[in-house]
Design a protein around this ligand. Structure first.
Ligand code: FAD
Length: 401
């Protein structure tokens, strides 16, 4: 049997190794169009490669995928985080868990992962070809012509395509395509007073967009161009399509203190006023906020940094509460998050079987990785989807009942 794997990224390597190991007599060829294999793995996680995320069950894991969660729930039953850990362990790579659940090689070096994948591919007998873009894929009875050469099975692992045009060759084979738009980005907010606070973090904030039912919680980082940090990145992922439709011009509502209940937050202000009436408000903040951000919010509400608690009028107290819980900022554009970005959209999951990863439109054709309409939030979830779909596609099972 001859197997072609198109795309030499995380999913393509996992698929090719899996195919060669499950089918030792097959000849597996991996085609990469560029001059480098595993380019994203090499730069991933700030050069450390965030391989996966500590998560003990498929149902917990799928909570982190804005697109593809019900599809992946079925896939993860056959290859999940613990299988990834064992896969790398069996090939001499130990992974460690960071306090936030992200998993990295103990070497803290992505070259440990790229080297492991190269060695595993070599050991399994995968033939690796650089500078070989695949432009054409034609069905023949029981086979495929890949750039004119016949193959029995083909696995497409070409990664996310920023433009729909990059997916038209797969559409031509009968697959529905979900329009690609970016995910995982930060918000541009041209507001000098806010931008001057760059580097400050509100550790427990809640961010949402108008009308959305999905507020996101976590740290919010103020940057010199706007807002970033885990809560903002999660919001960009869950709202990727809505925000693209708005052309990235929208209002973000920030709850700086992470307390959704107005009465509870108001009571904390009142308690502080009772306990520290003679103190400057600036020096007695009842919430976990950096002093300069607290001062900025006092300025914004007109209270200022010199006021003392006992002087705070009811009206000012209510204005402060409103600013703390619902500070609205006009977002004007986005900036790519350089640590990790992905594409939302791709080959529609309705056309692919979630356990075999075989196309429902073209038997003998398989998909793996970001080319599918699957993407996760930051934290190792995108690679986990690539490992899982790559491994399962490489089994080359048939979707037919
Ligand atoms: C800077 C950055 C850092 C990241 N860090 C992390 C992280 O730490 N953890 C995490 O989980 N995720 C991370 N991600 C996301 C993760 O890298 C991707 O989700 C993952 O690489 C997808 O794997 P893939 O194999 O599907 O696609 P890709 O890695 O994009 O690989 C696809 C390959 O196919 C090749 N190709 C495309 N078309 C053709 C063709 N026609 N013929 C031949 N070859 C072709 C491409 O050149 C490419 O090499 C990061 C992303 C970026 C951009």
């Amino acid at each position: 049997m001859k197997v072609a794997v198109i795309g030499g990224g995380a999913a393509g390597f996992f698929a090719a190794i899996s195919a060669a190991e499950h089918h030792p007599r097959a000849s597996v060829v991996l085609f990469e169009r560029s001059n480098k294999f595993l380019a994203k793995v090499a730069i991933s996680g700030g050069g450390r490669c965030n391989v996966t995320h500590h998560c003990s069950s498929p149902s917990a894991l799928v909570q982190h995928y804005p697109r593809g969660s019900s599809f992946l729930k079925k896939s993860f039953k056959h290859f999940q985080v613990r299988d990834t850990v064992v896969w790398f362990e069996n090939r001499g790579v130990a992974l460690k868990i960071e306090p936030d659940g992200r998993m990295f090689p103990t070497s803290d070096d992505s070259s440990t992962i790229t080297r492991c994948l190269h060695e595993a591919a070599h050991h399994a007998g995968v033939s690796l070809r650089l500078h070989e873009p695949i432009h054409a894929l034609e069905p023949r009875t029981g086979a495929w012509l890949v750039n004119g050469a016949p193959f029995d099975r083909v696995i497409v692992a070409t990664g996310g395509s920023p433009k729909r045009a990059g997916l038209e060759w797969l559409e031509a084979l009968g697959h529905a395509i979900v329009d690609p738009v970016p995910s995982l980005f930060t918000f541009n907010i041209p507001n000098r007073a806010l931008n001057d606070l760059m580097g400050l973090v509100a550790p427990q904030a809640i961010v949402r967009i108008q009308g959305s039912k999905r507020p996101q919680t976590g740290p919010v980082l103020i940057t010199h161009w706007g807002l970033s940090g885990p809560a903002v990145l999660k919001l960009s992922a869950w709202e990727a399509r809505t925000l693209a439709d708005l052309n990235y011009h929208f209002s973000v509502h920030v709850n700086w203190v992470g307390e959704p209940n107005e009465e509870v937050a108001g009571a904390r202000l009142d308690e502080e006023r009772e306990a520290h009436g003679k103190k400057r408000i600036l020096n007695a903040c009842p919430f976990d906020l950096p002093r300069n951000l607290w001062g900025h919010l006092l300025d914004q509400t007109g209270i200022g940094r010199e006021a003392i608690w006992s002087e705070l009028s009811k009206k000012s107290r209510n204005q402060l509460l409103n600013t703390l819980l619902n500070d609205v900022h006009a977002v004007r554009g986005k900036t790519t998050f350089k640590e990790e970005f992905v594409t939302c959209g791709g080959v529609a999951l309705s056309d692919v079987h979630p356990i075999t990863l075989e196309s429902r439109r073209a038997p003998g054709l398989y998909f793996a990785g970001e080319v599918l309409d699957i993407d996760g939030v930051t934290g190792g979830f995108n690679f986990q989807a690539a490992w899982t779909t790559g491994f399962l596609a490489g089994q080359l099972k048939s979707a037919a009942p």
